[in-house]
Write a protein that binds this ligand. Structure first.
Ligand code: BGC
Length: 719
């Protein structure tokens, strides 16, 4: 296990610490600006003055942070500076689209830019640590935290995680604008049984290594300074006590020497899980697994003294954890300047929101799901527009879950955005009903507006609180009376654009079938309304793609494109109709595949080549194809590249994502698009789950989405 090493001055500091002071460095307490879990720590100030706390979270703001840091540095016996943490997931003051939406931009530079901006704002507010990126592969829309995740695919999640780490931490985490990143929640939290929040996880070792861990390896590889284990258990062993994954894999094999910070109250919850009889046992399990900081639970403070007495842990283990906390503080430059530049007479300040970046990101993240008869863009056709539904005039709700220090009142609603962006239209509004609840008294007004309009923009979906943590939904469709409201509008016969705001694909096959045009806007952030107007007016061509398969039915969950071929595949030689995999009563294909997303033009792919045909172990494979914009408008296509390995030591997924290219083309323009696949792209976990290359023929498939019929294919041979 990798040990943090300290310079002599910090070793001397460690040598001076009492047991209580050591335990203090291992404690992270919540201040009271917001609650992100079941408890707060009302006595955090008292604990701070007594030197019993090493980090604080859930507070921000230059003045407050300076004051608390001054107390830590000047009023405690050892003067050790504090870490200030917060959940900065998709923006700090400026709120960008939720991660699920941003992942669908397939744009590492954008992921990095929004994280950098968030870091500038967060560090100007005194923060030094974010509990992000969240990298749990999510394949079950019942799980509310899908909103925070980069979606269903491990390769996409890995690229997303690495870009976010680079963006948050910047070139030098010790710089005043460096924000330490936490890769969370290791591992497989996304696979909670039945999509039920905090439920048990059962995944195979292979899925763990193939699906759930790669994004964490990538984040660690990109230099993430912290990792957070999940609240959940894996096959009966809570992640907070999982020595196999935290100590042996993360610290041992991956060489991670940063901070392992527990999730909220997770140490004390080891008792509730039923793997520890009391706090002493819980603390011993977590410390033994390698957890350095105890968020909230006070389990180290209360449990470790008894654990030491009972011989459940050794003093050296405790010291190793304290060493890692001190090393972490040193990496953030806290021992050189505890105020990280903020005490200067003219401190760096983030000036206002970055509305331009928020608008760009939101516009690129929205997915045009459907556009029958070219209803969009409006091109001046519709004159009178009714913008209806419970989310039409909503501001704060558009920020979604984990909106950090983002102010809801600063959000541009869809109604405001469309009014400003369509100056030649008469835009009228009625909500019709609330997001939840059963009051239909507003329906009549919506019906009237619909009848008098040329177009209805139907703004439906979830409130922010229906998504994110502790927001699993057994029926992840439209809540309340919204389905009925949509039916009332469609009955008017006026063309409708459905705008869905949500943290998950909402399972509404009948509505999505009937409505001529639909946009998945997700939770788009502060500039959601402006971005929607950009797309509707045609000023910006839609380019967002789905980072998750959109189910056609609840019964298909969990649904993802990377499933394995089975022995009873429908296209297998000699397959007999009845005895093939699938459902009798439903299709097994999604309503919209991973990667789906329309624009305002038509693209065509042809002439796929891959060279060399026989690929040596060190060689890079070059894949090329021609992409043409055959429509009348400019647009951007995202091409996805997949592998399929038909014969390997284990049955492989039907498609494995290995890369993408975004290509913008003018009408009539064509271009040769090039992918380069390095040798690592061909590694797969062998029988011992170690990455290895397996020689043989491999299919290379390229196209706009994870749907076989939409992909061009060619073959190469791996030597
Ligand atoms: C969540 C974490 C979060 C923490 C601190 C927990 O409940 O699971 O994702 O970082 O709270 O707010």
């Amino acid at each position: 296990m990798s040990e943090a090493t300290l310079p002599p001055a910090l070793e001397a500091l460690l040598a001076r610490m009492t047991l209580a002071e050591k335990l203090g460095q291992l404690s992270m307490l919540s201040a009271d600006f917001v609650a992100t879990g079941p408890q707060l720590s009302p006595d955090y100030l008292e604990a701070l003055r007594a030197g019993r706390v090493g980090s604080l979270f859930n507070l921000w703001g230059r003045e407050r942070v300076l004051e608390l840091q001054r107390i830590a540095v000047e009023e405690t016996r050892l003067g050790i500076p504090l870490i200030f943490g917060f959940d900065v997931l998709h923006g700090h003051r400026t709120i960008f689209p939720i991660p699920l939406a941003e992942a669908g931009c397939f744009d590492a530079a954008l992921w990095e830019r929004t994280a950098r901006r968030a870091a500038l704002e967060a560090t100007a507010d005194g923060l030094s640590l974010t509990f992000a990126p969240m990298l749990d592969v999510a394949r079950d829309p019942r799980w509310g935290r899908m909103a925070e995740s980069p979606g269903e695919d491990p390769w996409l999640a890995a690229a997303f995680g690495a870009a976010k780490v680079r963006g948050f931490q910047g070139a030098d985490p010790a710089a005043p604008d460096g924000l330490a990143a936490t890769a969370k929640h290791l591992g497989a939290y996304g696979a909670v049984t039945g999509g039920r929040e905090y439920a048990s996880v059962e995944v195979s070792e292979r899925s763990l290594h193939e699906v759930h861990l790669p994004a964490f390896a990538a984040a660690v590889g990109a230099g993430a300074l912290a990792v957070m284990p999940a609240l959940t258990d894996l096959g009966g062993l809570p992640m907070t006590a999982h020595a196999g994954l935290l100590r042996d894999l993360l610290r041992g094999r991956w060489g991670f020497d940063g901070l392992i910070v527990s999730d909220h109250g997770a140490l004390a919850e080891l008792v509730v899980h039923g793997v520890a009889a009391d706090l002493a046992e819980a603390a011993a399990l977590a410390l033994g697994a390698g957890v350095d900081q105890d968020m909230m639970g006070r389990a180290y403070e209360r449990g470790l003294p008894a654990a030491l007495e009972r011989g459940l842990v050794a003093e050296a283990q405790l010291d190793a954890a304290v060493r890692r906390v001190l090393a972490f503080k040193r990496r953030l430059g806290l021992f050189d300047d505890p105020y990280r530049g903020l005490a200067a007479a003219a401190p760096r300040q983030a000036a206002g929101l970055d509305r331009a970046l928020a608008r760009e990101a939101a516009g690129r993240a929205m997915v045009l799901l459907k556009n029958e008869g070219g209803l969009l863009p409006l091109d001046g056709g519709a004159r009178r527009i009714a913008v209806v539904g419970p989310l039409a005039a909503a501001g704060a709700e558009l920020l979604g879950p984990w909106s950090a220090a983002g102010e809801g009142a600063l959000a541009v609603s869809y109604l405001e955005g469309l009014r400003a962006g369509l100056p030649n239209c008469e835009v009228r509004h009625a909500a019709g009903c609330a997001v939840e609840g059963g009051d239909a008294s507003g329906f009549a007004e919506v019906r009237r507006l619909a009848r008098e309009a040329d177009l209805v923009v139907l703004c439906l979906g979830e409130s922010a609180a229906l998504s994110g943590e502790a927001a699993s939904r057994a029926d992840p469709g439209l809540p309340g009376l919204q389905r009925a409201l949509a039916e009332a509008v469609l009955a008017s016969g006026v063309p409708a654009l459905l705008v869905l705001s949500s943290g998950r694909p909402l399972i509404e096959p009948a509505l999505l079938e009937r409505v001529p045009a639909a946009i998945a806007a997700w939770f788009p952030g502060h500039e959601g309304g402006s971005a929607l107007a950009d797309l509707v007016s045609g000023r910006v061509a839609p380019s967002g793609r789905l980072a998750v398969s959109w189910p056609a039915d609840r019964g298909q969950i969990p649904l993802f494109f990377g499933r394995r071929r089975t022995g009873r595949a429908a296209d297998a030689p000699g397959a007999v109709e009845r005895y093939v995999t699938g459902y009798r009563d439903r299709p097994d294909a999604p309503l919209f595949a991973f990667g789906h997303g329309l624009g305002y033009t038509r693209f065509a792919c042809r002439d796929l080549t891959a060279a060399p045909a026989r690929v040596g172990p060190e060689a890079t494979l070059v894949v090329e194809l021609e992409l043409a914009n055959e429509g009348e408008r400019a647009g951007e296509e995202t091409l996805l590249l997949f592998l399929r390995d038909p014969v390997a030591s284990s049955a492989r997924p039907l498609l494995e994502l290995r890369g993408w290219q975004r290509v913008a083309l003018a009408p009539g323009e064509r271009r040769r698009v090039r992918f380069e696949l390095p040798p690592q792209a061909f590694l797969l976990p062998g029988p011992d789950l170690q990455p290895r290359r397996e020689p043989g023929r491999v299919e290379i498939l390229v196209g706009p989405r994870a749907e076989r019929a939409a992909l061009l294919s060619t073959w190469v041979e791996l030597l």
